[in-house]
Design a binder for this molecule. Structure first.
Ligand SMILES: NC(=O)c1ccc[n+]([C@@H]2O[C@H](COP(=O)([O-])OP(=O)(O)OC[C@H]3O[C@@H](n4cnc5c(N)ncnc54)[C@H](OP(=O)(O)O)[C@@H]3O)[C@@H](O)[C@H]2O)c1
Length: 334
């Protein structure tokens, strides 16, 4: 089984490659060689920038793959180039999409499956959906079989561990120092965090699985929790309780709309997804990493890489906390 990953050394990619190698696949990666390569095992590496279609085309000229997995396709132009380059050169094209292609008006009693309306509110989600549409047209023309995989929040060593406000939060350092942190609403918004080793399994075992041709899949674990659980379990991994100030999402965003844009587009809404369809078609996709274990691993890796975000000098966050306390908001201990 020959598989090419566009990307390959990133967060989810690392999980995919690990499982592909354990399947005995011959794995080729195409990336710019800028990332730390954490892959244990032998892979072929082709160096280049996917935004230079001529370079990508040259690198893969005269070769064919059973599957191409595209991990860094974010725009219709990138999807169009990939279609031109790989039409007739691979049996299956697996596109890494996102649950941000769904609408966000998700009632708390609804767990989103693949039939949920695709009404993205962010540019990121709209572009991913446009890529899905182009790739579906390519399949209909007979260029290759497509499989769309839509992760929601995926975490693990090599990346940061998001909180309710930020991709790379200052909150974990504050909790460790016994300082209050912020969370939007009542903290009961639904959320699911899936470890990259588990998400990687779905991609790796979807390869050449004919049931997945022409299909789309959420890629999440079953356990849906709330933001309160995220703070509580991450704090437990840090060995300190979290003192959480619950404030309205709009109030938080208004203090720095760019910095807290995650809330506006994603985390202020319920994000509960089911991956039953994936479990049914790809039975190897079982999620094994519990959040407390995965969070501890991720935090330790952030320290090891010197990527730990410190809270000192973060005047914006500190001022928000002081304002909330001065207004009489009581921190909740989690
Ligand atoms: N993490 C999440 O929570 C989440 C949720 C939903 C969807 N997703 C999707 O997951 C995908 C990201 O996958 P990942 O976690 O493996 O990626 P990642 O951690 O962002 O790593 C990106 C990979 O692509 C390579 N790369 C980046 N830019 C490139 C370029 N211009 N040309 C060639 N290679 C390039 C990087 O290596 P070099 O820098 O060395 O080139 C690296 O191997 C995205 O499609 C994203 O939309 C992620």
């Amino acid at each position: 089984m020959k598989v090419l990953l566009i990307g390959g050394t990133g967060l989810i990619s690392t999980g995919i490659v690990t499982h592909l190698l354990s399947r005995g696949a011959a794995v080729t990666l195409f990336n710019r060689g800028k990332r730390e390569n954490r892959i244990e095992g032998e892979v072929e590496i082709l160096l280049g920038d996917r935004n230079d279609p001529a370079a990508l085309s040259r690198c893969v000229a005269g070769r064919t793959w059973d599957a191409v997995i595209d991990m860094v396709c974010f725009t219709p132009a990138q999807a169009e180039a990939a279609i031109r380059i790989f039409a007739g050169k691979c049996r299956q094209f697996i596109f890494c999409s996102t649950v941000c292609t769904y609408g966000v008006k998700i009632p708390s009693e609804v767990v989103v499956d693949e039939s949920f309306p695709q009404e993205p509110i962010s540019g990121y989600g709209r572009n991913k959906l446009a890529c899905e549409e182009l790739l579906m047209e390519a399949q209909e023309r007979g260029d290759f079989e497509t499989t769309f995989i839509r992760p929601s929040c995926t975490y693990g060593p090599g990346a940061s561990l998001i909180d309710n406000l930020e991709f790379d939060p200052v909150a974990w350092d504050r909790i460790e120092k016994g300082l209050p942190v912020l969370c939007a609403g009542d903290g009961l918004g639904l959320w699911v965090s899936t470890h990259r080793d588990d998400v990687g399994k779905l991609f790796a075992y979807a390869v050449l699985n004919e049931k997945t041709y022409g299909e789309d899949y959420n890629a999440t674990r079953d356990l849906i929790f709330t933001w309160r659980d995220v703070y509580r379990e991450t704090a437990a991994a840090l060995g300190r309780p979290a003192q959480v100030l619950f404030m309205p999402a709009d109030w938080i965003v208004a203090h720095d709309p760019d910095r807290f844009g995650l809330l506006r587009e994603i985390t202020a809404f319920h994000g509960a997804y089911t991956s039953e369809k994936a479990q049914f078609d790809v039975p190897e996709f079982d999620c094994e990493v519990d959040y407390p274990e995965g969070a501890a691993q991720t935090l330790e890796d952030l320290r090891r890489r010197g990527a730990w975000r410190r809270c000192e000098g973060d005047a914006v966050y500190e001022a928000m906390v002081e304002k909330a306390l001065a207004a009489g908001v009581q921190p909740v201990t989690l």
